[in-house]
Design a binder for this molecule. Structure first.
Ligand code: SAH
Length: 254
C-alpha cells in the first residue's frame, strides 16, 4: 500500500508537505494552548513534523497515520532525531475510516481531506476520535482570489472553481456544519514557495541520480513546467490554512 510514486519522489526532501513553514506550525501549536500529555491524532501525518515538534515543544502525545511508506519512515526518524520517539507513534496505513481506540484532545487532518471525501466527511470522521471539549484541525485550500476562468482553476490543479471556496465562504461553511471556528493560522505566498519550489531542486537531483527510471519523462516535464505554473496560478490564486473547530454546544455528534 502506498501513494502514487511521483509524490514520494517530488516530496522526498520535504519535512512539511503543505504550504506551512515551521514557524506556522509553531504559531498553531501555541495558539491551541496544548497541555503536556495532551493527545493529538493526525490523519495523513506525512513526515510527522507537526507531531514531532509539538511533542518536543509542548509535551504532547501523538499518533499519526499515513499511506506513504517513505514519509512514515521519515516521521519515525524525525521523532528519534528530536528525542520524542517515546511520545509519538507513526503508523503506515490508510487513514480512511480510522478511529482511535482512546479519545483524543486534538484530531487533525492537515491537507488530506480527500481521505474522507472532503471537509464535511473528514470533520465527521475526526469527531469519532475526539473527546468532549476537544479540537478538530482541518488544513484546507481556499481561493485567495477567485479565479476568473476555469482554466486558471485547473492551473491550480483544481478540477473546477467550485472545488474551493473563498476564505469567508470556507469559514461560513464550518458554521453550516455546526462548528465554531476557534482559531486559524493561514499560510502565505512564501510558504507556497517553500512547498512548491523545494520540489524543483529535489526533481533536478533525482533526474541526475536516476537517468534510467520509468518516471524520468514525467519528472523532466514537471521540472520544466512547474516553476511557471506555480508563479502564474498557485502562488497568486490559492490560499491555504489550518482551521481549528469545536462542535457548537447542543449539536455535538456522538
Ligand atoms: N499532514 C502532512 C502531510 C500532508 S500531504 C503535513 O502537513 O506535512 C498529504 C498526506 O496524505 C501525504 O503524506 C500522503 O501520503 C497522505 N495520504 C494520502 N492518502 C492517504 C490515505 N488514504 N491515508 C493516509 N494518508 C494518506
Amino acid at each position: 500500500m502506498d501513494i502514487p510514486r511521483i509524490f514520494n519522489i517530488t516530496e522526498s526532501a520535504h519535512r512539511i508537505h503543505n504550504p506551512f513553514t515551521p514557524d506556522k506550525f509553531a504559531t498553531l501549536g501555541a495558539a491551541l494552548r496544548l497541555e503536556p500529555g495532551a493527545r493529538v491524532l493526525d490523519l495523513g501525518s506525512g513526515s510527522g513534523e507537526m507531531l514531532c515538534t509539538w511533542a518536543r515543544d509542548h509535551g504532547i502525545l501523538g499518533t499519526g497515520i499515513d499511506m506513504s511508506q517513505l514519509f512514515t519512515e521519515q516521521a519515525k526518524r524525525r521523532a528519534e532525531e528530536l528525542g520524542v520517539a517515546q511520545q509519538v507513534k507513526f503508523i503506515h496505513g490508510d487513514a480512511a475510516g480510522y478511529v482511535a481506540d482512546e479519545k483524543t484532545d486534538v484530531a487533525a487532518c492537515i491537507g488530506a481531506t480527500w481521505i474522507a471525501g472532503g471537509v464535511a466527511g473528514t470533520v465527521e470522521l475526526l469527531m469519532r476520535s475526539l473527546r468532549a471539549g476537544g479540537i478538530i484541525l482541518i488544513g484546507e485550500p481556499y481561493w485567495r482570489q477567485l479565479p476568473p476562468t476555469e482554466d486558471i482553476a485547473r492551473g491550480c490543479f483544481a478540477n473546477s472553481i467550485s472545488d474551493f471556496l473563498v476564505l469567508p465562504e470556507l469559514i461560513a461553511s464550518f458554521g453550516h456544519l455546526g462548528y465554531d471556528l476557534v482559531e486559524m493560522v493561514l499560510a502565505d505566498q512564501d510558504g507556497w514557495d517553500r512547498y512548491e519550489a523545494a520540489k524543483w531542486l529535489t526533481m533536478r537531483r533525482w533526474l541526475e541520480a536516476n537517468p534510467d527510471d520509468d518516471l524520468v519523462e514525467e519528472v523532466r516535464s514537471k521540472l520544466t513546467s512547474e516553476p511557471e505554473r506555480h508563479a502564474a496560478y498557485t502562488r497568486e490564486y490559492l490560499g491555504w490554512g489550518v482551521f481549528a473547530l469545536m462542535p457548537r454546544l447542543g449539536l455535538k455528534k456522538a
